[in-house]
Design a protein around this ligand. Sequence first.
Ligand code: CA
Length: 218
Amino acid sequence: MTRILIAEDEERISAFVAKGLESAGYQTVIVDDGAEALDTALGGDIDLVLLDVGLPTIDGFEVLRSLRGQGSPIPVIMLTARTSTRDTVDGLDAGANDYVAKPFKFDELLARVRSRLREPVSVGSITIAHGDVSLDVLTRRASIGAREIDLSAREFALAEEFLRHAGQVLSREQLLSRVWGLDFDPGSNVVDVYVRYLRAKFGAGRIVTVRGAGYRWQ
Ligand code: CA
């Protein structure tokens, strides 16, 4: 049976994640401290680690560096409230396989876990399609016709939000809230930047700017 180590010091989050993973058929082990996380991950018998960045005794980045330093190839998905590019780069440099920013939807986390474990998806794929664009939300593959499109996690989440609401205008506030989990405008043009990324990948005409209102996928 696949065992997943959850290293997270917020009990509310570890309990929620463990419950979800167990109902998806995984065994879970919860630790709330970095040193313990490292010991447990190195102890074998763990197939994947969900690793919070902000942990007591040793932070998540250090745990990851030590794991990789000791030659452990175990898949690690970092969980963090920090969403800055700097932290993402640090995490990936330290050897993380993937990165999920809090708050996250459980389904999103589960999709990443499955993809990291490279398990065949037993429940079939869940595909959202509009025209020739399709997104497989379990394997996180995006394609136009038969051509696969390489998307970052955030680009995928934004594309998914658009496709689920194709033809509707989505405001920047709605997108910030649903894709970035922000209930306030951080005063950056992050939505516009990511819309630009998606236009470059899917074609400029697919996302229309609706002046004063937001964006619409068509
Ligand atoms: Ca924490």
